[in-house]
Design a protein around this ligand. Structure first.
Ligand code: SAH
Ligand code: SF4
Length: 348
């Protein structure tokens, strides 16, 4: 192993790790101890492994890299939400957000650098995609967040940061496998929610991954034409997406969430609510209304909806028997919406 090019420790098989430890003068049980540190406890610095000799820890640090993400900027909102700008080994930047709410601590992670989907209201979509994250870069956001939280428990994980999770399932599913591994980090799949902006076939692949993950479907509108305006790359009819959400419920027993980012005069009218009710008929779900967080430089003129319109929209859905949640202020300050911190850092 070339010390100039350190290997990522969690990438090594148990056999390779054992061979390396023996080469460095360790005993087999110490290799096992290291394995547990890496894959069960989430080691972030070799100094933490105090049950290994100091000399071995130093040699390991010379040969192995523990982290693929580094914090370069933090931005704390008054409600406690903390947004982190992270740098990857090749200098690319992504975002991660920690959201404390009472006893809950929710982590929001990214899956791509930028996003190829190009929703007109979203900062992540404005500059296109640079590359997919690999599964270590997704897993390492989870491990970093656990380290930041210290004694506090990470209770929920949402895959709603930068990027389109359905377009990087090859990295996301292995990362989630690691995170939920009963022999490893043992995080419950029921506390993980993956957000999809479309792609019914990929949603079905995700639903069949064999674990009861939650699905959030970013539907935004029941009207196909309106949806193409908001998501220019979206090729699928809203009915196909709702069918995929129904199949998710069938496959996992988990009720999907339907995400609607409300934009003034575009999808926030009562007739839009009526169409949505008709489309969602027969789907057990919760509708999450998200008044748009302003992003500068959108390709079409957009405004945040008026409060009374949001209320009327919510009532129209509730009166027809839908479960509705409303995400109010959270994240609306300090460039806190999806992708905005990275966008600002690229512009400055
Ligand atoms: N690409 C996935 C997941 C990341 S976006 C998806 O689109 O679902 C996570 C959620 O944030 C989506 O529901 C998205 O519509 C919403 N979002 C993006 N930009 C926003 C903004 N400026 N204001 C409010 N919600 C936004
Ligand atoms: Fe991509 Fe989601 Fe942003 Fe759309 S909302 S551009 S899919 S990250």
């Amino acid at each position: 192993m070339d010390p100039e090019h350190k290997s990522l420790a969690r990438e090594l098989s148990q056999d390779t790790l054992t061979t390396l430890c023996m080469d460095l003068g360790a005993r087999p049980f110490q290799a096992k101890t290291l394995w547990r540190w890496l894959h069960v406890k989430g080691l972030r610095s070799f100094d933490q492994a105090t049950d290994l000799p100091k000399k071995l820890r130093e040699s390991l640090a010379d040969h192995l890299e523990l982290q693929s993400v580094q914090v370069v900027e933090e931005s704390l909102s008054h409600d406690g939400t903390c947004k982190y700008l992270l740098e990857l080994a090749d200098g690319e930047r992504i975002e991660m957000v920690l959201i404390p709410e009472g006893a809950r601590n929710t982590l929001c992670v990214s899956t791509q650098v930028g996003c190829p989907v190009g929703c007109v209201f979203c900062a992540s979509g404005l500059l296109g995609v640079r590359r997919n994250l690999d599964h270590h870069e997704i897993l390492d956001q989870f491990l970093l967040a656990r380290e930041i939280l210290g004694e506090k428990e990470l209770t929920n994980l949402v895959i709603m940061g930068m990027g389109e999770p359905m377009l990087n399932l090859d990295a996301l599913l292995p990362a989630l496998d690691r995170i939920t591994d009963p022999e490893g980090f043992h995080f419950s799949p029921r506390r993980i929610t993956v957000s999809a902006s479309g792609y019914p076939d990929k949603i079905r692949r995700f639903s069949k991954a064999g674990k009861s993950y939650n699905l959030a479907l970013s539907l935004h509108t029941a009207d196909a034409e309106q949806r193409r305006l908001l998501i220019p790359t979206a090729q699928h009819d809203p009915r196909e997406l709702v069918a995929a959400a129904k199949d998710h419920f069938q496959a996992t027993g988990r009720e999907p969430t339907i995400e609607i980012v409300l934009l003034r005069g575009r999808n926030d009218r009562i007739e839009d609510a009526d169409k949505l009710v008709r489309l969602l008929k027969g789907l057990q779900c919760t509708v999450n209304l998200i008044p748009w967080n302003r992003v500068e430089g959108t390709p079409i003129a957009l405004e945040r909806p008026y409060e009374d319109r949001v209320e009327a929209f919510r009532e129209a859905l509730e009166q027809r028997g839908l479960n509705v949640t409303l995400r109010r202020k959270r994240g609306s300050e300090k460039n806190a919406a999806c992708g905005q911190l990275r966008l600002r850092s690229l512009e400055s």
